[in-house]
Design a protein around this ligand. Structure first.
Ligand SMILES: [Zn+2]
Length: 468
């Protein structure tokens, strides 16, 4: 079909909660839901803009970000100055490509010099973000209240794009930062999270810490009987295989959604064959939020151009053509606390041709990011490898790491460090890692100049050498 889609075909947005007694339609939204709904209204239209119109709007927004960074961030004053940047000249494709790239190592070195001295109050409170990204290279930066709103906004867009029935039950099995959702109960929320809470009525969501073993997760899931499930690809694969072996059924499930790791080539088919539901993936980063969402009509991804400029660059720093694979370089258009301008996040991706769904948002066909294996404890149980990576840089000058499970008892921990670690730092790291693993392993620390990606482009931050 070549006819252009309409907004009603595009998404499936329920009527918001109304704040006025007796008025349910059209709803009079609550004051605190207005920000999200007005943003959503704009996104509903901008997704159909032409690529040229989207690009022009991005450059206008980026010029505000660049001026702010140039004037209030020590690191950019120097770097942009050296690159001949002039805040009064309008951006175009060529001047954009002349801006310097920001590497993960640059963030590690610049530390506070990358923070704005003049964050406008309206951006809200700052929050700490620590992440090892896709290449085991930890960085620390600040987010803001506003970047949090954009996170919620794209969470909501994702569900509406796929026409999810948000009155159903959503189950999530993922990292539990606060330790609030342990097995056997997990935690029940009355809605699908903060993006929906203030704006749009939903069914409940149920959350379990990914620290639970695969068998425990499967048992918990069967009790919840969810309509939708969100988890990591490596964990999903283990769950599907376990449920098949044990004859565990999830009769209400309509979709499985994955995040933050590479989807292995066989997993979409496995999900369809064993659970009879589609797998839907998204591309997010802790540092810059949502980069891309899966097209509602295809298995490729649309860049979320209203929030980020995502470039895919070849070896010469030029944009890749459709079908070519290159480095992923990201600009967060809205983080004014730690501006990330042309940030080389360490992933590789394949650029795609424009999509026939009609959206002007550029296409990524494949992402070559992080891959994880499951960890196996000496008692034979399998777990997602939760190892408190985010705390590493608080304990020692760690530039990169990788875990390799050698046997049921031995894990090699590879480190790239700024200087040799002292015995106290080693002891603290050993204690931190062991505390997450029940003191079950002999940890062997080894030191390296760098830890490369595999030949296929993926980076395995937890690799298992035990036969499955
Ligand atoms: Zn599309």
């Amino acid at each position: 079909m070549l006819c252009s889609p309409t907004m009603t075909e595009a998404s499936h947005i329920p009527i918001p909660d109304s704040s006025v007694p007796g008025i349910i339609w059209p709803a009079i939204p609550k004051l605190n839901s207005n920000i999200l709904l007005t943003l959503l209204f704009q996104l509903e239209q901008s997704q159909w803009w032409t690529p040229e119109r989207l690009r022009a709007a991005q450059f206008r927004q980026a010029s505000h970000l660049l001026r702010h960074a140039f004037e209030s961030v020590t690191y950019y004053q120097k770097r942009l100055g050296e690159a001949g940047f002039n805040p009064d000249t309008a951006l175009d494709e060529e001047s954009w490509l002349r801006l310097p790239l920001l590497k993960r190592e640059d963030i590690q070195q610049a530390e506070k010099k990358l923070r704005s001295r003049a964050l406008p109050k309206a951006h809200g409170k700052t929050t700490n973000i620590v992440t090892s990204g896709s290449t085991g290279t930890p960085v620390k930066l600040l987010g803001t209240g506003l970047t949090g709103i954009f996170w919620n906004l794209f969470t909501v867009r994702d569900f509406f794009w796929r026409r999810c029935d948000v009155s159903g039950t959503l189950a999530a099995i993922r990292y539990d930062r606060t330790g609030s959702a342990p097995y056997p109960d997990g935690v029940v929320l009355p809605n699908w999270g903060p993006g929906f809470a203030s704006a749009i009525p939903t069914g409940p969501s149920k959350f379990l810490s990914i620290e639970a073993s695969v068998a425990q997760q499967a048992e918990w899931l069967a009790r919840q009987d969810p309509d939708y499930l969100i988890t990591h690809p490596s964990n999903l694969e283990a769950l599907i295989r376990h449920c098949s072996e044990e004859g565990i059924k999830l009769p209400s499930l309509r979709e499985a959604e994955t995040l933050s790791e590479l989807v292995p080539p066989n997993l979409r088919a496995l999900c369809q064959e064993q659970w009879h539901v589609p797998l839907v993936d998204m591309y997010t980063t802790q540092e810059a939020g949502y980069l891309a969402l899966q097209c509602p009509e295809h298995v490729h991804y649309h860049i979320q151009s209203e929030h980020v400029i995502v470039e895919i660059l070849d070896e010469n720093g030029r944009p890749c053509a459709a079908g070519e694979t290159g480095r992923v370089v990201v600009t967060d258009l809205h983080n004014f606390a730690t501006p990330l301008i042309r940030y080389d996040i360490g992933d590789y991706a394949e650029a795609g041709a424009p999509c026939d769904c009609g959206r002007g948002l550029p296409v990524i066909t494949k992402i070559h990011g992080r891959q994880r294996n499951m960890i196996q404890l000496p008692d034979g149980t399998r777990h997602w490898p939760l190892l408190s990576y985010d705390k590493f840089i608080e304990f020692a000058p760690i530039k990169q790491f990788q875990f390799v499970q050698k046997t049921l008892e031995i894990i090699e921990v590879k480190f790239v460090t700024g200087r040799p670690l002292n015995s106290e730092e080693e002891a603290r790291l050993r204690k931190l890692i062991n505390s997450r693993l029940g003191d079950a392993f002999d940890l062997q620390f080894t030191y390296h100049d760098e830890i490369p990606r595999s030949a296929s482009g993926k980076f395995e931050d937890f690799r298992s050498e035990i036969e499955a």
